[in-house]
Design a protein around this ligand. Structure first.
Ligand code: SF4
Length: 189
């Protein structure tokens, strides 16, 4: 009960002066979508799929100076079942592609993906037969963070973009035809 009251006060402060709902003395009416989106966007658990240099920047992002826990994401998950956000950082060899795809498939819905750095986004400088030219060849990507490597500020910006997507996503989206079509275009269902 205390948690619910605390959450309501926090939520009201956050959403005050917005068009999300009606606020009164001690009460709030709003949309279920907005409450769920707000809660989800501030408790995203990332799964770091780090293969090379960009992974080091992510480690810096976790540290006390940049402090990713300010965004509710201080708990990296190395189990796909307990992760919401797949962060792919580094060069992905074609031999590794099925593993990355399996990890994505094993994550529970709703899930989101960031391609961190040039290698994950496009293969980077490694335009060779053995390197995947962008992870969006095998799984859907929500946000691309440019750079070789991106600085921690860039990774945080990517995370904030994901928060915006999560916040504004309808909780029905994952059952929509549009989303099912996207997954089936990747052969995932
Ligand atoms: S984008 Fe640059 S820094 Fe990141 S993994 Fe590729 S080569 Fe390394």
């Amino acid at each position: 009960m205390v948690a619910i009251i605390y959450f309501n006060i926090f939520f009201m402060k956050k959403l005050n002066n917005t068009s999300y709902g009606y606020f009164g003395n001690g009460y709030l009416t709003t949309l279920l979508d907005k409450i769920i989106g707000h809660a989800r966007s501030n408790s995203i658990w990332p799964l770091p799929f780090a293969t090379s240099c960009c992974g080091i920047e992510f480690m810096a992002t976790l540290g006390s100076h940049y402090d990713i826990s300010r965004f509710g994401s201080e708990r990296p998950s190395f189990s796909p079942r307990q992760a919401d956000l797949l962060m792919v950082m580094g060069t992905i060899a074609k031999k590794m592609s099925p593993i990355l795809r399996d990890v994505y498939i094993q994550m529970a819905e709703p899930k989101w993906v960031i391609a961190v750095g040039a290698c994950a986004a496009s293969g980077g400088i490694f335009d060779t037969y053995s390197v995947l030219q962008g992870i969006d060849k095998i799984i859907p990507v929500d946000v691309y963070v440019p750079g070789c490597p991106p600085r921690p500020e860039g990774i945080i910006e990517g995370l904030m973009q994901i928060q915006n997507i999560v916040k504004n996503e309808s909780y029905r989206h994952r059952n929509s035809q549009k989303y099912q079509k996207l997954l089936s275009s990747y052969g995932i269902l």
